[in-house]
Design a protein around this ligand. Sequence first.
Ligand SMILES: [Zn+2]
Length: 283
Amino acid sequence: MPELPEVETVKEGIRPAMSGKIIAKAEVNRPDLRWPFPENMADRLTGSRVTALRRRSKYILVDLDSGETLLIHLGMSGRMLVSGQKIGAFHHPHPAPAKHDHVVLHMDDDSRVTFNDARRFGAMDLMPTAAQEDHWLIRDIGPEPLGNSFDEDYLAAKLKGRNTPIKSALLDQRIVAGLGNIYVCEVLYRAGIHPARKAGKISSKRVASLVPLIRQVLTEAIAAGGSSLRDYRQSDGELGYFQHVFQVYDREGAACLTPDCDRKIRRIVQSGRSSFFCPQCQR
Ligand SMILES: [Zn+2]
């Protein structure tokens, strides 16, 4: 499942194909993905110029000069493909239409952006740009982890008195936007905090340390995604999946990477999801 850095990478990957251009034709090949598409989606997209591409949490937001914003959610298996366009040093020709190409945006310079989703957990919606923060998928989401309103005081206030494990608190989208399982594991390892520790019982000094570590882990992953775009040669033009180097995630039984620690990474299941941690370094 794509997390915030992957979504950021996809957004930057479709930018050259969409930014400032007009959607000459919107091909909508089915009535729905996870939810029905908005009424007359093809007509509402066709003829609109893309004025901005943004990201909020794991949603890509495409602002149009019609006054509407297209929301794109990749879901579990959604993929964006760009063709007729250079990404990095490589030009991607149009592929043959494929199964699960549910929406194809034909831009006025012959670039194409295709949304392909085999499992159909993805979503697309249209909303007035001015009312974007009121959209039902967005209105309850907490601040962006890389934004200014996410800081030590904010996080301390949100975690205060909370009996849930810190892992669950950081995955709670109402507390902070866009953090998923992988990056929370990495953050807690760097912070030396056990994933099962109760959020309200962590010292204020350690809570404060989480904010820069969250920014650091995400920034590093976004940078890795950015360099994957510069060296982008996948023939089908699929965006957003790049090689990660994780310190704890998916490393059960492997040696802890902290110098002088001789323990092995362990895995526990919390709320149905795997948490990876070092029993020595994380308390
Ligand atoms: Zn360790």
